[in-house]
Design a binder for this molecule. Structure first.
Ligand SMILES: [Mg+2]
Length: 377
C-alpha cells in the first residue's frame, strides 16, 4: 500500500474553526486526522503541505518510521505547529492501519481493557446558583464528572477576584451534587504561582478531583512551588508537544494527571509513549479534547487500551456536531463513550459535506485587566 494524497479541510462550524486531514492510499482506504492548535489552522495547512512531500509513495503501515521521518526529516524542528501537523497525519495512519487489518485501533495498541470510557462535561454560569443548577442538570443526564472554569468577569480577569469567585462557584456545585460526583476546575493557565496556591488551598475542603492548568506552560519548574503548597491533584499538559515537553513534569512528578492532546502532542504514537511513561510514575492520563469528531475518536481508542487512564474530556461528544461531515461517529451513552463498531478509528468522513463549511479567519479571545493590560487566556 502507498500514500497517494494528503488533503486538508480547514472549516468553520459552530463558534470555531477545525482542521481535518485525510490521508488517501492506492488501495482505496483512507484515514482521518485532526490538527489541534485552534486559531492557527492555516499554519497547520502549510506544515502538512511541507510534510506531504516526504510522505507521498510511502507505505502508511510503517507508522513509527513515518513519525520519525516527519519529526526529524527537516533540519529545523517544527515546534508545536509541526507536532500538531504530525499528530493529524499520525492519527490518520492509525486509522488506515486499523482498516487494513480490519481491527479497531485500540486492538492494535494492546487490546481493550475497559468496556466504556467515563467523560467529564463543562458546567458553569454567571452566578454560583447558575453553576449549581447547571451541575444538577448534567448529573441528571448521567454525567458523574463535571468541570468548572475559573471565571472572568466580562473579559476582565483580576486574579484575586477570580480565585474568590472560583471558590464560591465550586462550593455551590459541591453542595448541589454531593460528595460522590467528581468536580474539576480549569484555570486555563490564567494564574501565577501565589494565586494558584491560594486557589488550591481554598478549594481543598471541597475535594476537587483536579485543578487544571493553574500556570502558563513556558516554565515547568514553577509547578514546584504550587506542588509544595497544594495537596489537591494537578492536571497539566494540554499545550505540550511531544514527549520532550512532558519530560520534566513527568520525571519530577509535578502533575497527577497528564492532559495529553493527541492532536498536538504527536498523535496516537506519541501519546501512547507518554502514557506508558506516566504509568511508571503513577500518573494517569486525562486526554484533552476540545476539538471535533476525529479527536474524540482517537482519544477513545487510546483510553480503551490504557490502564493508567482516569477520565476523558467530553468536548462535543453526545451531540449531533458535524453530523453531515462525519455520518458515523463514536457511540455515546449517559456520560460515557463506548467502543465503536467499525475498524480503525470507527468514524466515516464525507468530503462533499465538509466543503460546505467555509473556513473563517478568526482570532482567539483576549483577557485584560481593568487597566487594559493583558492577562492570560
Ligand atoms: Mg484545559
Amino acid at each position: 500500500m502507498k500514500i497517494t494524497d494528503i488533503k486538508t479541510f480547514p472549516l468553520h462550524a459552530g463558534e470555531r474553526n477545525y482542521l481535518f486531514v485525510k490521508v488517501e492510499t492506492d488501495e482505496g482506504l483512507y484515514g482521518m486526522g485532526e490538527f489541534g492548535i485552534t486559531w492557527k489552522e492555516q499554519a497547520g495547512v502549510g506544515a502538512i503541505q511541507h510534510m506531504k512531500a516526504h510522505l507521498l509513495g510511502q507505505d502508511p503501515m510503517n507508522i513509527e518510521f513515518l513519525w520519525q521521518l516527519m519529526f526529524r526529516g527537516d533540519f529545523f524542528p517544527g515546534g508545536r505547529i509541526g507536532a500538531a501537523a504530525i499528530s493529524a497525519i499520525d492519527i490518520a495512519l492509525w486509522d488506515i492501519k486499523g482498516k487494513a487489518l480490519a481491527q479497531p485501533v485500540h486492538m492494535l495498541l494492546g487490546g481493550r481493557l475497559r468496556d466504556r470510557v467515563a467523560c467529564y462535561t463543562g458546567i458553569g454560569g454567571q452566578t454560583p446558583e447558575d453553576s449549581a443548577l447547571s451541575a444538577k442538570d448534567r448529573v441528571a443526564a448521567g454525567w458523574q464528572y463535571l468541570r468548572l472554569s475559573v471565571p472572568d468577569r466580562d473579559g476582565i480577569l483580576d486574579a484575586r477576584t477570580a480565585v474568590r469567585d472560583s471558590v464560591e462557584h465550586f462550593a455551590a456545585v459541591r453542595e448541589a451534587v454531593g460528595p460522590e460526583v467528581e468536580i474539576c476546575i480549569d484555570a486555563h493557565t490564567r494564574l501565577d504561582p501565589p494565586d494558584a496556591i491560594r486557589l488550591g488551598r481554598l478549594l481543598e475542603t471541597y475535594d476537587p478531583f483536579f485543578i487544571e492548568d493553574p500556570l502558563r506552560c513556558e516554565n515547568p519548574q514553577s509547578y514546584r512551588q504550587v506542588r509544595q503548597h497544594v495537596a489537591s491533584p494537578l492536571a497539566v499538559g494540554e499545550h505540550y508537544a511531544t514527549k520532550w515537553e512532558f519530560r520534566q513534569m513527568v520525571e519530577e512528578e509535578l502533575l497527577d494527571y497528564a492532559r495529553i492532546d493527541l492532536c498536538i502532542v504527536g498523535g496516537l504514537t506519541e501519546a501512547r509513549k507518554i502514557a506508558n511513561w506516566c504509568e511508571t510514575h503513577y500518573i494517569k492520563i486525562v486526554p484533552h479534547n476540545p476539538l471535533g469528531p476525529v479527536s474524540a475518536a482517537a482519544c477513545l481508542q487510546l483510553d480503551l487500551a490504557t490502564d493508567n487512564f482516569a477520565v476523558q474530556e467530553g468536548g462535543r461528544i453526545g451531540s449531533s456536531f458535524l453530523a453531515d461531515v462525519f455520518p458515523v461517529q463514536i457511540p455515546y451513552e449517559a456520560g460515557h463513550v463506548l467502543p465503536p463498531e467499525g475498524p480503525g478509528l470507527g468514524i466515516e468522513f464525507d468530503e462533499d459535506a465538509a466543503a460546505k463549511f467555509e473556513f473563517k479567519w478568526l482570532n482567539g479571545p483576549q483577557l485584560r485587566r481593568s487597566d487594559g493590560s493583558f492577562t492570560n487566556w
